[in-house]
Design a protein around this ligand. Structure first.
Ligand SMILES: [Zn+2]
Length: 512
């Protein structure tokens, strides 16, 4: 069986998760489900990054033991992912003993090779970003990533010699146009490589910051949080533990990340893997950010923060997932506006898809004893409908492999609207009066479209898909091929799955 391995970043536990965490994790989950739908053995891992100064300081501020502080935040993450219907195969924690042992083995290996060495260090450190910057990187003395103030740190430290692998990596990139998605990000990475890579400081003095994995060759230091965290991607799939699993899954890996951690994933991580002698992942997918109304960055002070918990509570996980996967052009920034959210729900789910679900099943239950009629006759509209359907359908799987998720969803909606139009053209509610066989054929085709579009939407709206399956008495023919619906099998009437959201203030009685 073909394999696929998908990862989210592991998230810092220095606060509660927000829309960004929900989005990356839903994105990864949806791709895992698409791959499974297309016959792959697909595995997804997500988790948390528990080490580092930010976490250490956040715990200290709360006067809590650092590990206890981390433990206390885990349910916020697992709880949100559960609400988002995420089906991960592993929740990775960097404080797990097996991970710590592997990180130390990796550090020792690179130290023995001479890729890690000790040197003097002076740099401007941004604590929230856990990153060192040189004087010229800074913007008016402030962090170029987040704009906060930095601290000048001078000390002896251990360094990873990234530059040693820069040439090999640049050559790899020049041969592999599909390594970084979207493609325009590759130029950004090549730009960083062209400027030249400095050795990466990978240690922190324990007396200043003890919350990390101890360097196996110097007990006075712990390792830099990124050096520890990035290895979760290989450690979670059997590295140094189950070599067969590792060898079969790791080369298929897609590391999904937000654009703010490009440097760590497209520079540090590939050079680390090369130093270890491991293959690189198949791809790194970099998504944009969700902006608030008007394209402004979400912030508490602007009052435009979208709380995934609240939306799911009010409108359900499926509508939330549908919106975030449908409305963002993957790789670019998107705008989360409630107006667009209501429109997607009301027009596409409630109206277009809801109508399709109801019509065919209701007529079959009412007029054909609830048994799927056989398609024995044709109307003038049937061949054109089936041809168009099959045509659009055949393009959807390739779009998913190309990460054109919103185009794939466009096409799925096209199939749904095309089927609604076909029903209107054929008017089976008229045919039933004078040509029962012809009516049955039209209903067969329409219900077949329900089955296939339901399957295609299942990675996006998994919870509602369970209810769609009820139409098919709980078991649905799994083939993504038109005509596989078995005539004669019994079905149920669809119940309304996507009630319209009332947005007219006069009717809801609310002031906004
Ligand atoms: Zn910063």
């Amino acid at each position: 069986m073909k394999k696929k391995y998908l990862t989210t970043p592991i998230y810092y536990v220095n606060g509660k998760p927000h829309l960004g965490h929900a989005y990356t994790t839903i994105l990864c989950d949806a791709f895992k489900r698409f791959y499974k739908l297309f016959g792959y053995q697909a595995i997804m891992i997500t988790g948390v990054d528990e080490h580092g100064q930010k976490v250490y300081e956040a715990a200290a501020e709360k006067k809590m033991d650092t590990q206890a502080y981390c433990d206390s935040l885990i349910p916020d993450f697992t709880g949100l992912f559960e609400k988002c219907d995420v089906d991960y195969d592993m929740f990775f924690r960097t404080t797990d003993t097996s991970h710590k042992i592997k990180v130390q083995a990796i550090l020792q290996k690179l130290y023995d090779k001479g890729d890690i060495f000790k040197d003097d260090y002076e740099g401007n450190y941004c604590t929230p970003c856990e990153t060192f910057f040189t004087e010229k990187d800074l913007n008016d003395g402030r962090c170029p990533e987040c704009g906060r103030g930095t601290t000048l740190i001078k000390e002896q430290n251990y360094f990873f010699d990234m530059a040693k692998y820069a040439g090999e990596y640049e050559k790899f990139l020049s041969e592999r146009d599909d390594f970084i998605y979207p493609r325009f990000r590759k130029n950004e990475v090549l730009g960083i490589l062209k400027k030249g890579l400095r050795p990466l400081c990978i240690s922190r003095k324990k007396e200043k910051m003890p919350w990390g994995i101890e360097l196996p060759f110097d007990k006075d230091f712990v390792t830099y949080v990124w050096f520890d965290a990035l290895t979760n991607y290989i450690n979670g799939i059997g590295y140094m533990e189950d070599e067969e699993k590792f060898a079969s899954y790791w080369p298929t890996a897609v590391n999904m990340i937000g654009k703010d951690i490009l440097l760590h994933h497209c520079i540090y991580w590939p050079t680390m893997l090369m130093a270890m002698g491991n293959p690189l992942p198949k791809e790194i997918l970099i998504h944009g950010w969700w902006m608030g109304e008007g394209g402004k960055k979400m912030s508490k002070s602007l009052g435009n923060v979208i709380d995934p918990d609240e939306i799911i509570e009010k409108y359900g996980s499926s509508s939330f997932r549908f919106f975030v996967l449908r409305d963002m052009s993957l790789g670019h920034d998107g705008i989360f506006s409630m107006e667009s959210f209501f429109k997607r729900h009301n027009v596409e789910l409630a109206n277009d898809f809801g109508n399709l679900l109801n019509r065919a099943s209701h007529m079959i239950v009412k007029n054909f004893d609830g048994k799927v009629p056989a398609p024995v006759k044709k109307t003038e509209f049937c061949d054109a409908f089936v041809n168009d359907f099959v045509n659009v359908l055949s393009g959807i799987e390739p779009l998913i492999y190309e990460y054109e998720l919103n185009k794939a969803l466009d096409d799925i909606m096209k199939l749904i609207r095309g089927t609604n139009k076909y029903m209107e053209d054929c008017a089976p509610w008229k045919l039933i009066k004078n040509d029962r066989e012809l009516c049955g054929s039209v209903l067969y085709n329409a219900l077949e479209a329900v089955r296939i579009t339901g399957l295609l939407l299942s990675p996006v709206i998994p919870k509602k898909f369970e209810e769609i399956k009820n139409i098919f008495k709980g078991s649905i023919e799994p083939e993504l091929e038109f005509g596989k619906l078995v005539p004669g099998r019994e079905i149920n009437k669809a119940v309304p799955l996507f009630p319209k959201i009332e947005t007219d203030p006069k009717k809801t009685g609310k002031s906004n």
